[in-house]
Design a protein around this ligand. Structure first.
Ligand code: ARG
Length: 273
């Protein structure tokens, strides 16, 4: 009887120790050495606007793209499981403001205006706005957009850049829910140009050679932009994921994903600067 009791208390003690360990790692900030095991961490709700190939778009019912691969690599690195939801561009901002989502990765440019309401990671991609026009267009620069009809995705840096040239609330700026609708407007003759992130319109022009489109760069009109993961203000995920982004830079994972999608090598130092 005495022996049974002591075995019982031993087992009990063992269970207590085990459960203490489990709850400890579950509430950890992820900065500990055990961060890559992470089975106890909560699943993060990540939102995006999956209409922005090659960064995030729908393919056979699945969200795919460069950002999705980066997100999955970060999930593996941090031990946080992620549930990615395609909610649309405006709802991305609403959800993060209301804290109904934990994070967004959606080709989002880091800028001072957004920083007032949201937190951002370190940069993970270098972009710039460019102009998409028909091949026979006489638009050659940002300044040439004056007096033209320009289609943009609503509330993007593309819209802001165009308005800087042609003025705010200019009726010649047509705003669309997605970049694809803006491009349709150009193809249908309802607009003379589209302004958006270079990679997105370059990819579109390349994949649709029959539509006779060309892309115009104007470094004076459009500044370099950096994409970041976006969080609700004060999120404690930021430092954990920043560390993980730097790990992807250092261990070659970032370069591998970049090469897969862009068939070129990234300048990682440019991003780290
Ligand atoms: N980089 C631009 C911005 O931050 C456009 C991003 C649009 N992203 C998207 N998934 N639709 O405003």
């Amino acid at each position: 009887m005495k022996k049974k009791l002591s075995i019982f208390s031993l087992v009990l003690a063992f269970i207590l120790v085990l459960s203490a360990c489990a709850s400890g790692s579950g509430s950890s900030s992820g900065s500990s050495a055990s961060s890559s095991s992470g089975t106890q961490k909560k699943t993060l709700r990540v939102v995006d606007d999956a209409t922005y190939a090659p960064f995030e778009y729908m393919d056979k019912g699945k969200i795919v793209g460069f950002d999705v691969d980066i997100l999955n690599a970060l999930s593996k690195e941090t031990g946080y499981k992620v549930q990615l939801a395609n909610v649309g561009w405006d709802p991305v901002f609403v959800e993060l403001k209301n804290k109904t989502a934990d994070m967004s990765i959606s080709a989002i440019t880091i800028n001072s205006q957004r920083k007032q309401t949201y937190d951002f990671s370190v940069p993970y991609f270098l972009s710039t706005n460019k102009i998409l026009v028909k091949k026979n267009s006489n638009i050659k620069s940002g300044a040439d957009l004056k007096g033209k009809v320009i289609a943009v995705q609503t509330a993007t840096t593309g819209q802001a850049a165009v308005e800087k040239i042609v003025g705010q609330n200019n009726p010649n700026v047509k705003k669309f829910k997605t970049i694809n609708l803006a491009i349709m407007e150009l193809l249908n003759g309802g607009a003379d140009a589209v302004v958006a992130d270079n990679t997105v319109i370059e990819e579109y022009a390349k994949n649709n050679p029959g539509q006779n489109l060309k892309v115009i760069m104007d470094k004076k009109a459009f500044a370099p932009e950096f994409y970041g993961l976006m969080y609700p203000k004060g999120s404690n995920l930021r430092s954990v994921f920043d560390k993980a982004i730097n790990t992807l830079y250092a261990n070659g994972t970032y370069t591998k994903i970049y090469q897969k999608w862009f068939k070129a090598s990234p300048d990682v130092n440019e991003l780290k600067a």
